[in-house]
Design a protein around this ligand. Sequence first.
Ligand code: CA
Length: 244
Amino acid sequence: MNQKKSTVLIIEDEPPIRKVLTISLESAGYKVVECDNGREGMRLAASIGPELILLDLGLPDIDGKDVIAGVREWSQVPIIICSVRNSDDEVIRALSAGADDYVTKPFNPEVLLARILANLRKAATHEAGEPTLANGGIRMDLVRHEVFMNGKKIIFTPKEYELLRYFLVNRGKMLTHKQILKEVWGAAHTEDMQYLRVYVRQLREKIEPDATIPSYIITEPGIGYRMETVTARMPEVLPEALQA
Ligand code: CA
């Protein structure tokens, strides 16, 4: 790979965790800059311009959520939160403050690296501003407002299209129920969980190879949904000639 190394900024106050993170990221080819408090983290975010930030929420000086808010005043750099288990409320608040994703401690290094890659890819697509969104077998033409599944055109209602577009734009990213409702249905509907359930079910019927075992739109219990980044593959449907 002749790609420039992406720089990841780690803001974490516990030295053993910082060390583990640094080792796994460096061995995966990332350049790592680390610090142990929120203020220095914000300063570094501005001075080195990392491609991604890994942020602990419990920091000695300021709250991790204030770091997110501070960075978001001027940057859309992907921020992944490192949280302790069973702190759904914390995670939801951090996602609402502008974080992109989260991982729970103790880390599964493979999951962490996959999340980092998904968030870097998403950020790269945003910059490119392509008129097409794609993920696995799904291709959305933003100019013609058409969606193709494994090359076959699928009809979506306007709301389904908007919801699918929101998932595609944010693929790889954890989205809370409230965020989705606010973005797709508007600020007055952030409590209308039933809308969301119904529409997610409809989307799954149209895009999932098996709607009972979703591979695109994953439920994150108690928090919301995530569209997984799916690698392109052969069409699920056999050519008609082979189906008889
Ligand atoms: Ca901590």
